[in-house]
Design a protein around this ligand. Sequence first.
Ligand SMILES: Cc1cc2nc3c(=O)[nH]c(=O)nc-3n(C[C@H](O)[C@H](O)[C@H](O)COP(=O)(O)OP(=O)(O)OC[C@H]3O[C@@H](n4cnc5c(N)ncnc54)[C@H](O)[C@@H]3O)c2cc1C
Length: 394
Amino acid sequence: MHVPVAIIGAGPSGSLLAWILRQRGIESIVFENRSREYVEGRIRAGVMEQNAVDLMIRAGIGERLQKESMYQRGVEIGINNSHHFLDFEKLIGIGVTVYGQSEVTKDLLGGLANERHNVLYETPVTKIEDHHSDKVKVTYEENGVAKQLTADFVLGADGYHGASRKSVPDGGIVMHEKTYPLGWLGIMVKAPQSKPVAFFTFHDRGFALLSMRTPEIQRLYLQVANDENLNEWSDDRIWDELDTRMGTPGWELIRGEIFQKDLAPLRSFFCESQRYGNMFLVGDAAHVVPPTGAKGLNSAFADVSVLSAGLIQHYTEDDSTILDNFSDLAVARNVQTQRFSGANTAKYHIFPGTNSFDRKMQQAELEYLVTDETAQISYAKQHTGLPFAHWPEL
Ligand SMILES: Cc1cc2nc3c(=O)[nH]c(=O)nc-3n(C[C@H](O)[C@H](O)[C@H](O)COP(=O)(O)OP(=O)(O)OC[C@H]3O[C@@H](n4cnc5c(N)ncnc54)[C@H](O)[C@@H]3O)c2cc1C
């Protein structure tokens, strides 16, 4: 069998690519390692940049997003228990949107299922070969049986641990990686909102973050060691530590039922090229950021916007200009996103070896940010998201 486009992975990147291409009549097949329920239930990102929201709306899959998401006009920053509001909307005219990744994937996979799109769940891709030919070979495992097809293009949207990037021979793509010697203890909580916007805190005991998923579900994080034992963190201990790092007179962190606890390692990683022959890499397959900047899902959608624009131009106008520039455009934006996410991580966390001088400089940087309007405008532009280089014709 030969298909125009084979998409590996039905996470946010792969499902949005399949959806957009489908709207323009470009045939694709999607391979997904896991079940649909598993992908839809995966709790990860929660903050969408305006461009990511607009892409879903333009692609005709943003109806529920428009109804159920929460708009936030800025963020709050805590510096050793004093709270400061950065009003992005006042500074640059836009804020951010809260809509969980699980809702994004439910909308996209639901949309694809309604249109009977070919998404093969529990069907991992095991091998990709002949990247430089116009018949890239994809080997996959369906019900335990190895099968093969060929494609004009393979889109590697299979996350950090996927098969697509691993199929590139050593040295084929230059990669850069940094693992942080700390982690985030995350909780999901049934409770009303304690603040109208996300709250990032710098504190002598470490970073903490209050964010939201819905008006009734909150997501909170504490900086901990990357080998922290979650069993040592009772619910009371977590709440007490959050109060210590976030509390301020006259404001109360509203407690509630903790229904999930997890430990997330922090990693920065990116590829210097997002193309190898006729295979393109998008989203976490090509880059991972620490969640401090809330950029993972948004960077994935920026890649999808340019790649889908390129594929539509290629198939409908017989013009490969955008496709040929995809990798350079995607990497240029993703390097800036790495810089922002890394710098935001460096502002708040206590790293092994951080001394009192370093901490004073971190604090001074945040104090500069919360008092200087020019610094705030620059921060707001980056936090709300850099432009997408191309948009698909829809
Ligand atoms: C624990 C965690 C917390 C996060 N929190 C945030 C956050 O708060 N904010 C934020 O912006 N970002 C966050 N992120 C990042 C964000 O979730 C990712 O950037 C986003 O999921 C990227 O989407 P993707 O489709 O590129 O990759 P993924 O979501 O990883 O999807 C890849 C898909 O490919 C499938 N797959 C893998 N291998 C194969 C194979 N061989 N064959 C077929 N299918 C395969 C996987 O099952 C998966 O469904 C978090 C990530 C993690 C891991």
